[in-house]
Write a protein that binds this ligand. Structure first.
Ligand code: SF4
Length: 306
């Protein structure tokens, strides 16, 4: 297997040079895919990186909405998603049509959408947010009433940090739902010195047991702290590879080995090579949707800079 991966890696890296491509991988990707990437990060970091690169082709190793966000921000580049079936079930829990209907029922509210949403849903929203900047984005808005899509758990977590009235769409991440509070309680007893860090897509009962609630990029920064030697990690299991690689002398324990996102794992070295060879499947957002979705993403970036 190792020999095969080495061969595939060599082929991918040589083709990448020829096609003037850059490979971006999300923190939840398979370890071997993270290892061939030019940059590993969370969805927003990856899209910002995509916008900065002078490569002509972006091979986006993540899920569909992430490749769309890269396409929204990089009009002049070809964005490839090595497996077109790599969608996000949570993003699919809200559609533009259902969101338009919700807006009609609650006129006057401001729509904030988590970046884990389709380009069409972003186009219907006033502003986007990530798990790292959601509180800052919502606090910066004049509106007192917020419609938040699609993740009810992230939305609920934000509602504990602000006085704004947040109305939640009933979406959720099936992978983070596998992280149960009793697993965390057991691990805390086993590793009393460990820091417990969980993602805000987890259930409120899990969040209540954590020392820190962080995005994946926040977790990677937190792990570098001198006072962290053992970390219990409540998010998709792929991040453990990066945490161990960057902090070889520290211990990282996943709350649940079952917290695997099957769609993220559709991207493999084989599919990356095939995608570069065939220059497909390409993800491109139609201009009418792209310009409106970009306005919501740009507004978030503007708030982030303020
Ligand atoms: S981990 Fe959850 S939110 Fe992330 S891509 Fe998978 S299903 Fe979607």
């Amino acid at each position: 297997m190792e020999h095969r991966n080495a061969e595939l890696t060599e082929k991918i890296l040589s083709l990448k040079e020829k096609k003037r491509a850059v490979i971006l991988a999300h923190n939840y990707q398979l370890g071997e895919v993270q290892d061939i990437a030019d940059f590993v990060g969370d969805s927003l970091e990856l899209s910002q990186n995509a916008a900065r690169t002078d490569a002509e082709v972006i091979v986006f190793c993540g899920v569909h909405f992430m490749a769309e966000t890269a396409s929204i921000l990089c009009l002049d580049k070809t964005v490839l998603l090595p497996d077109i079936n790599a969608g996000c079930p949570m993003a699919d829990m809200v559609t533009a049509e259902r969101l338009r209907q919700w807006k009609r029922e609650l006129p006057g509210a401001t729509v904030v959408c988590y970046v884990n949403s389709s380009a069409e849903v972003k186009a219907e929203s006033d502003v986007c947010c990530t798990s790292a900047n959601a509180v800052k984005v919502i606090e910066s808005l004049d509106s007192k009433q917020i419609l938040f899509v699609p993740d009810q758990y992230l939305g609920h977590y934000i509602s504990t940090k602000t006085d704004k009235k947040i109305i939640l769409w009933p979406g959720f991440c099936p992978t983070h739902m596998r992280i149960q509070p009793e697993y965390l309680t057991r691990l805390r007893q086993e590793y009393p010195q460990a820091k417990v860090v969980v993602h805000p897509e987890c259930k409120a009962e899990v969040i209540a047991l954590a020392d820190e609630v962080l995005s994946t990029s926040g977790m990677c920064r937190y792990a570098r702290r001198e006072d962290v030697s053992t970390m219990i990690v409540g998010t998709e299991i792929g991040i453990i590879h990066r945490l161990r690689k960057e902090n070889p002398n520290k211990k990282f324990i996943p709350v649940s080995e079952q917290a695997v996102c099957p769609r993220m794992k559709l991207i493999t070295l084989d599919s990356v090579l095939w995608s570069l060879q065939e220059m497909t499947p390409e993800v491109r957002v139609p201009e009418e949707i792209r310009s409106r979705a970009k306005a919501a993403v740009d507004k978030m970036l503007e708030i982030g800079r303020s």
